[in-house]
Design a protein around this ligand. Structure first.
Ligand code: COA
Length: 375
């Protein structure tokens, strides 16, 4: 396929709409103009969500009020928990999340109201309740009762608390919260763009977010973080990295967690996650997964010129946080819900149906052939 044709197939480099939420320029990722490195170092997830939704950082009283609002909406509707208990225990965790998000519309008091204020309330409920949906599924599929959120803990500490039944250490909390900051938005990535396409038909918030969750699941997008951990576990030992990679390249396999459509000189989020993975392995005094990742990174770069993306070091980071690896992609959604909803609201604020054209390459013109004359 010619280079131009290949680019066209994936809408590569196409500016699909204007947006003031997130930018990627010269390899620098910014939310509302603020460099992701600054946010990762100084901000918190909830403050970052406020920034994405409102366009500016909150003042102290605004953040407090926002945290209180989130804390008031942490629980899923009771019938939804009952419904989850009926799901097949082996169901894929992203399929479960997609179904729960879709079902949330049945129980949202604002369903049917498409006003801006109602949509903001729906966004808040989605943000607040996804952590419970993800962690509740971990317990339900293991025949346990879900652990309910603690009111004052907010999103990140509650996620780890509800998952593991004990509150996280400071380093665990800071690491997880930073990971959510790093995943919160990313311009017109596939799931966000899908959400905007859906929202632009003037359907509803839950339909748009259901679309987004389904899109995130794919291994070329958010599903890569789980695949990275499967790769590391398959490799098993740092000494196996080189022969494993040789065979993977011989099989022409894609190495999960490497490469990016937009960043060609490295994904800035990977740099932050690499530091987080290193800090955790130091704290645990077990650097196996970090060392293995580092070795794989070096060899893939040397042999293919590919650099790690956001999913590469999030895998070892989450593994060291003792999170089951099929929850890594749902965690991506727990964070990216902030960006998805910001983009849906932005799309609706200046909406036009998104309806591109295709470059038709089929038969130019053909006549209908009656069945009896077809050979
Ligand atoms: C992210 C990704 C889909 C971007 O893809 P893209 O911009 O469409 O680039 P292409 O798929 O056209 O790849 C360009 C070339 O690099 C190669 N390549 C890209 N990523 C690769 C990877 N992870 N492993 C091996 N080869 C890779 C492709 O095989 C292709 O080679 P070719 O031109 O010889 O066929 C791609 O890099 C990928 O599949 N990565 C692995 C999955 C992943 O980590 N996804 C999370 C993204 S944040």
């Amino acid at each position: 396929m010619a280079e131009t044709q290949k680019s066209k197939e994936g809408l590569e480099g196409i500016i699909a709409a204007s947006s003031s939420i997130c930018s990627i320029e010269d390899g620098v990722l910014r939310y509302r103009g603020i460099d992701i490195h600054e946010l990762a170092q100084h901000s918190t997830f909830l403050e970052t969500v406020y920034l994405l939704w409102n366009g500016q950082l909150p003042k102290a009283n605004e953040l407090k009020a926002f945290e209180a609002e989130v804390n008031d909406h942490l629980m899923l509707a009771e019938p939804l928990i009952a419904a989850m208990k009926e799901f097949p225990k082996k169901a894929n965790s992203m399929d479960v999340l997609r179904t729960v998000v879709s079902m949330m519309s049945f129980y949202d008091p604002d369903t049917g109201d498409e006003s801006l204020e109602a949509n903001k309330r729906k966004a808040l409920r989605l943000l607040a309740q996804l952590p419970f949906a993800v962690t509740a599924w971990e317990h339900i599929r293991n025949q346990r009762d879900p652990i309910f959120p603690k009111k004052g803990l907010g999103i990140s500490a509650n996620f780890l608390y509800m998952l593991r039944g004990k509150e996280p250490t400071d380093l665990e909390l800071r690491t997880f919260d930073q990971a959510l900051v790093l995943h919160a938005d990313h311009e017109f990535n596939a799931s966000t763009f899908a959400a905007r396409v859906t929202a632009a038909t003037l359907t509803d918030m839950y339909s748009a977010i259901t679309t987004a969750v389904g899109t995130l699941k794919g291994p070329l997008h958010g599903g890569a973080n789980q695949k990275v951990m499967e790769t590391l576990l398959a490799i098993g030992e740092t000494s196996n990295v080189e022969p494993w990679l040789k065979e993977a390249f011989a099989r022409k396999e894609r190495i999960m967690g490497f490469g990016h459509r937009v960043y060609k000189d490295g994904d800035p989020r990977a740099k932050e996650l690499r530091k987080m993975s290193a800090a955790l392995s130091q704290e645990l005094q077990d650097s196996k997964w970090y060392d293995m990742s580092l070795k794989l990174e070096g060899l893939v770069q040397e042999q293919k010129g590919l650099l790690p993306n956001v999913d590469f070091y999030s895998a070892s980071t989450y593994y060291m946080l003792k999170i089951p690896f099929d929850l890594y992609t749902p965690i991506f959604a727990v964070s990216r819900i902030s960006g998805w909803t910001a983009h849906v609201l932005e799309q609706l604020s200046n909406n036009r149906l998104i309806r591109p054209r295709a470059d038709y390459t089929g038969v130019k013109s053909a006549s209908y052939i009656p069945m009896s004359q077809r050979s």
